[in-house]
Design a protein around this ligand. Structure first.
Ligand code: F0G
Length: 433
């Protein structure tokens, strides 16, 4: 399909060539999105084609992103695609979590099964491919950890030079370790995510570095495939709700766009509702939806779910649109609620990182007030792998986890390791007791 960049602002809608390296509209400063001029979308043959590609040994077909390339803006450039076989993430039934949330059934789509352990890989494969198409060697991002891990891996795999900016002391070691291991030049800045984004944007302009934050519309295109794959796995049965955590709101923008395109092109007949869950200490989007007034950034966002510790999310205008068109909702949850929900997801044998657990915590609140009904068909997206933040897990289970105000998190579902002597009798007594 013919693809262009378009300004997201309805009063502007200026168009630009797909290979222009811009992140905001040069005319009005609005966000940019990819738009397609559909030429003969064959829904049923394409659905069959996508399904059949799963049995192929070709790298591009094995990718849960590039398999859906008919709905991506890379016609003529597929040979440049950089893939680590991203996507292919499972839908997992979780009866215990469903019960905790007050639902009859609950399915998790677990993006933590991606090559670098988060949903960022779905977007990064496209972002890095666009960098190659534009002949850029240096790429950069600011990150709460997952974007940087993903960018480091994909750009190194492609032979590019990744530069990572992270808030000093405020990302988990698992994620920092990935950036180092994948060979990114890693700069720990003494500022928060929102402040560093402004810095990186200036440096990208000044030094001609390609910016791979989710303001980059090609990242959003890749993240759309999370929804395409989910629908393919569900034989195109549309759920009632899709629940996801909200930080910089790129994923909310991507999911909404995917759902709109599936409807527009005739793959599905109805829209599910999006439910976005934020952490209480970093919930500017929740406040916007509640007050329905102007957007106000949170100057000093605080949450132990460091992945979503963002006070000034760039994609909020897109997210607002997607919540509106899907008749969606935004909820916020406390640190204690996130911690408990995370332990429940662990007890399902599934596990996830703290930000991802906001989904289950939010669902529990939404069913309690009757916004989500027990018999509804709900898919919650777990965004990151359980091993992203082992320090949080250990502290929770040993009763040592405190919230950003220093209040102890109650380890309601704590599972403390026990030190025992090297003595079979003593251990048998303990296990039988
Ligand atoms: N969950 C995880 C595990 C994340 O890493 C992020 C964002 C989110 C949820 C929120 O997604 O920003 O699209 O609303 N992490 C970014 C990063 C900001 O730098 O890795 P969002």
């Amino acid at each position: 399909m013919l693809a262009e960049l378009a300004c997201f602002e309805q009063r502007c809608r200026a168009r630009f060539p797909i290979d222009e390296a811009i992140y905001n509209c040069p005319e009005c400063g609005g966000l940019l999105e990819v738009v397609f001029t559909p030429g003969g979308v064959d829904t049923e043959p394409w659905k069959k084609l996508w399904r059949s590609r799963r049995t192929s040994n070709e790298p591009l077909e094995q990718s849960g992103v590039w398999r859906y390339r008919e709905l991506l803006p890379f016609d003529g450039h597929h040979h440049q695609a950089v893939t680590l076989r991203e996507g292919n993430t499972p839908l997992l039934d979780a009866p215990r979590a469903a019960q905790y949330a007050g639902l009859d059934h609950l399915t998790f789509k677990h993006q933590g099964f991606n090559p670098t352990g988060s949903f960022k890989d779905n977007g990064m494969t496209c972002g890095v491919t666009q960098a190659i198409r534009l002949d850029r060697r240096r790429v950069a991002c600011v990150s709460t950890g997952n974007t940087s891990a993903s960018m480091a891996a994909y750009s190194s795999a492609a032979g590019l030079d990744p530069i990572v900016f992270i808030p000093h002391g405020n990302i988990s070691y698992g994620k920092l370790a990935q950036a180092l291991e994948y060979g990114a030049r890693t700069l720990q800045v003494e500022a928060n995510f929102d402040q560093i984004l402004a810095l990186v944007r200036e440096l990208a302009d000044r030094l001609g570095i390609y910016l791979l934050n989710s303001i980059n519309p090609f990242r959003i295109e890749g993240q759309k495939t999370i929804i395409f794959e989910m629908m393919d796995q569900r034989d195109w049965h549309v759920p009632d709700w899709i629940v996801l955590p909200g930080g910089n709101l790129g994923n909310t923008a991507a999911f909404g766009k995917a759902l709109r395109e599936l409807c527009q092109f005739g793959f599905t007949g109805k829209m599910p509702r999006l439910a976005v869950i934020q952490a209480e200490g970093a919930a500017p989007f929740y406040e916007l939806m509640k007050t329905k007034r102007d957007f106000h950034a949170v100057a000093e966002p605080r949450t132990l779910a460091t992945a979503i510790r963002i006070g000034d999310p760039v994609s909020w205008p897109k997210a607002l649109h997607e919540i509106t068109v899907t008749n969606g909702i935004v909820e916020k949850v406390s640190e204690q609620e996130i911690a408990d929900a995370k332990a429940v997801i662990g007890q399902c044998g599934i596990g996830c990182e703290p930000a991802s657990a906001a989904t289950l915590a939010g669902l529990r609140k939404l069913t309690a007030v009757g916004v989500v009904r027990a018999d509804e068909d709900v898919v919650a997206v777990l965004t990151g792998n359980v091993l992203k933040d082992p320090d949080y897990i250990y502290r929770y289970h040993t009763g040592e986890l405190s919230d950003p105000d220093g209040r102890r998190i109650d380890a309601k579902l704590g599972n403390r390791p026990v030190v025992v002597p090297n003595d079979a009798d003593a251990i048998a007594k303990l296990l039988e007791g």
